[in-house]
Design a protein around this ligand. Structure first.
Ligand code: ZN
Length: 333
């Protein structure tokens, strides 16, 4: 799917398979990936609403997996036919942040689907540095969801884990594409008690099936958590979720912001007296994505995948906006 105009009045034009040009490697380290699956992310909705500017025409899709289709002359890390997972940041690896492993802060990075054409397509142009080779029998639709949704959830959980002693309380706000993975990651990497919070009963059921110890609605959170949470991971990012997160933290508790949209406003005094920690989480690192794939390949993480045909991208986006499914939607070309 190609966006051809900006909202308001987004007009989009679908290209048939025959119309879409087959990409060729442009540089020596380029790789053309034949897309297996592209995750449908709330960031795509922010792009469509004009809240995250892109140049148009533009192909969405920053959460991708596939098979190596063609390689540039200097590519050595992958071969044609290899199944691969696409780390969302594409860069040359030379900047200081990249040398520290934080490609998300690299000045020259680009994210296919945001800064250039992405994976709502049959083919995707990346570089070899951004690829992780997968086993031949890997479920590439499930793996795709790890590269953005899973990775942000994993980074948040790893940060939270430093504050989570066995038996302490971890709260997951929002059991969507990221939250249901966070519950599983917390369950497999910590000994915390996990309380999952969502407005939807079916999402709370999903959280329990993913390993949460308790699940409740936002209105029930104060009674369920008291003021003893060691960590709250907020995948909602609304004014209300941020406010309720801070009020259920215990002394030394940590608030991790992952979802976006609202504002955080709080008196400073309780932050000081409770030694509250507030931290943002932005996607994650390549090594963290490798670690996460290992959890998934051994079966500790099982993404709830909701498949749509590539031609049904509009429907998938509408369903995401409406909260019409639980788990993570992926587009299959
Ligand atoms: Zn995303």
């Amino acid at each position: 799917m190609v966006m051809t105009d900006q909202p308001d009045g987004v007009s989009r034009q679908r290209l048939s398979m025959q119309d879409r040009p087959q990409l060729e490697p442009e540089g020596p380290f380029d790789v053309v990936v034949r897309v297996a699956a592209a995750g449908v992310c709330r960031s795509d909705l922010h792009i469509l609403m004009g809240e995250l500017p892109v140049s148009v025409p533009h192909v969405l899709g920053h959460e991708n997996s596939g098979w190596v289709h063609a390689v540039g002359s200097m590519v050595s890390a992958v071969q044609v036919g290899d199944p691969v997972l696409c780390y969302p940041f594409v860069s040359d690896g030379l900047s200081a942040p990249e040398r520290r492993g934080v490609d998300s802060a690299a000045p020259g990075r680009r994210t296919p689907g945001i800064d250039c054409d992405g994976g709502y397509a049959e083919f995707l142009l990346v570089t070899e540095r951004s690829l992780i080779r997968m086993p031949a029998d890997a479920d590439l639709a499930a793996m795709a969801t790890l590269s953005d949704a899973g990775l942000a959830a994993y980074r948040a959980c790893r940060k939270a884990a430093t504050a989570l002693e066995p038996g302490s309380l971890a709260v997951v706000l929002g059991v969507g594409g990221l939250g249901h993975l966070a519950v599983q990651i917390l369950r497999s990497t910590t000994a915390a008690r996990i309380l999952a919070v969502d407005t939807r009963a079916e999402a709370r059921d999903l959280a329990m099936s993913c390993g949460a110890h308790h699940a409740c609605s936002p209105g029930e959170l104060p009674a369920a958590a008291g003021s003893e949470a060691a960590a709250v991971i907020d995948f909602v990012g609304s004014d209300e979720s941020a406010s309720s997160a801070l009020s259920c933290l215990g002394f030394g508790g940590s608030y991790f912001a992952v979802g976006v949209g609202g504002s955080l406003s709080t008196p400073i005094m309780p932050l000081v007296t409770n030694e509250t920690r507030i931290e943002g989480v932005y996607v994650g690192t390549y090594p963290e994505l490798v670690e996460l794939t290992q959890l998934a390949l051994r079966g500790d993480i099982r993404p709830m995948v909701v498949p749509y045909a590539l031609g049904d991208a509009d429907q998938a986006l509408q369903d995401l906006a409406a909260g019409a499914f639980v788990g993570r939607a992926v587009l299959i070309p």
